[in-house]
Design a protein around this ligand. Structure first.
Ligand code: NCD
Length: 316
């Protein structure tokens, strides 16, 4: 298994399946009266969040606590980061405190990668800019396998703001590794440059894609990352790319609807769809804990590496 989890693309098929199978075991713990394992007793996990988060931060926190690790929640607001402290100095402080695992979310794509060169512990990317969010892709794959019984050969549509979505990028990479076929559906303005090189098909026409899908994953339009107009109006966007009950009706009967959250009800997804039996949205949140337990266990469960990391030489 890897030392860090920075990109879904770093996972081999065997690594990814090991995480999913381990997560199945971890899920059993959630059904016990005492939802705790002693596995990471004595280890310290730091949640380093420079960007807002509800699900991902709490999910990592619950996961680490269920494995008996000590958890430190560090958010940029209220820390010395707001006084201008750099990522490197923050990392060195955490390193000095002996963090075994650092879960990081940052607005800059590549921040977790930089961090991994400065610390001895394992770095887990919990979302970096518009780049990647590998544990989200793992929990999505887990949820698909749970609902549909397989991943190989599944037809998955990922719909909406692909341009700004680290969830889409990580899902495309992981699903390709696991043998599913992905179609990205978005207006041309919300697709990244170079998307032709991704292991995915591209379509601008949601209605043409829906009848052939096993999974439809809706994405939020990330207005906080937009400084331009990417579509004429919200109404127009919803009309062409929103999933409402009429559109859901043309999906095959067994097909499921996913969303990583946070949702904007009425924009990319109608409430009746989000709350329907075909929606996996609540399962995704529950599965997030099991998958993150598996990742923490697999990365931190072994002995601590002894090699000093590069870039950490301290002047005498
Ligand atoms: C996403 C994120 O932050 O990348 N949410 C999540 O982690 N569940 C997607 C989003 O913000 O739309």
């Amino acid at each position: 298994m890897l030392r860090h989890l920075l990109s879904a693309g770093d996972l081999s098929r065997d690594d990814a399946l090991l995480v999913l199978d381990t997560a199945e075991q971890m899920a059993l713990v959630a059904d016990r009266p005492i939802k705790k394992l002693p596995t990471l007793r004595g280890k310290t996990v730091v949640n380093l969040f420079f960007e807002d988060s509800t699900r991902t931060r709490t999910s990592f926190e619950v996961a680490a606590k269920r494995l008996s690790a000590d958890v430190i929640n560090f958010s940029a607001k209220g820390s010395s980061v707001s006084k201008g402290e750099s990522l490197k100095d923050t990392a060195l402080t955490l390193e000095a405190m002996g963090a075994d695992g650092i879960v990081v979310r940052h607005a800059a794509s590549g921040a977790p990668h930089r961090l991994s060169a400065w610390v001895r512990g394992s770095v887990i990317n919990a979302g970096d800019g518009t780049h990647e969010h590998p544990t989200q892709a793992l929990l999505d794959a887990f949820t698909m396998r749970q609902r549909l019984g397989r991943l190989d050969g599944l037809q998955v549509a990922i719909v909406g703001d692909v341009l700004h979505s680290r969830v889409a990028r990580s899902n495309v990479l992981l699903l390709a590794t696991l043998g599913a076929s992905v179609t990205l559906v978005a207006p041309p303005t919300l697709l990244p440059v170079g998307v032709e090189a991704w292991p995915a098909e591209v379509s601008y026409d949601l209605d043409a894609v829906l009848p052939k899908c096993d999974v439809v994953m809706m994405l939020r339009v990330q207005r906080e990352r937009m400084n331009d107009a990417f579509f004429p109006t919200v109404r127009e966007y919803s009309r062409r790319y929103g999933l409402d009950a009429d559109r859901m009706a043309v999906m095959p009967e067994h097909a499921v609807v996913m969303h990583p959250g946070p949702m904007v009800r009425g924009m990319e997804i109608a409430s009746e769809v989000a709350d329907s039996l075909r929606s996996t949205i609540v399962d995704q949140v529950a599965n997030g804990v099991s998958v993150r337990m598996a990742v923490l266990y697999l990365l931190l469960g072994g002995p601590r590496p002894v090699d000093p990391p590069s870039g950490l030489e301290v002047a005498a």
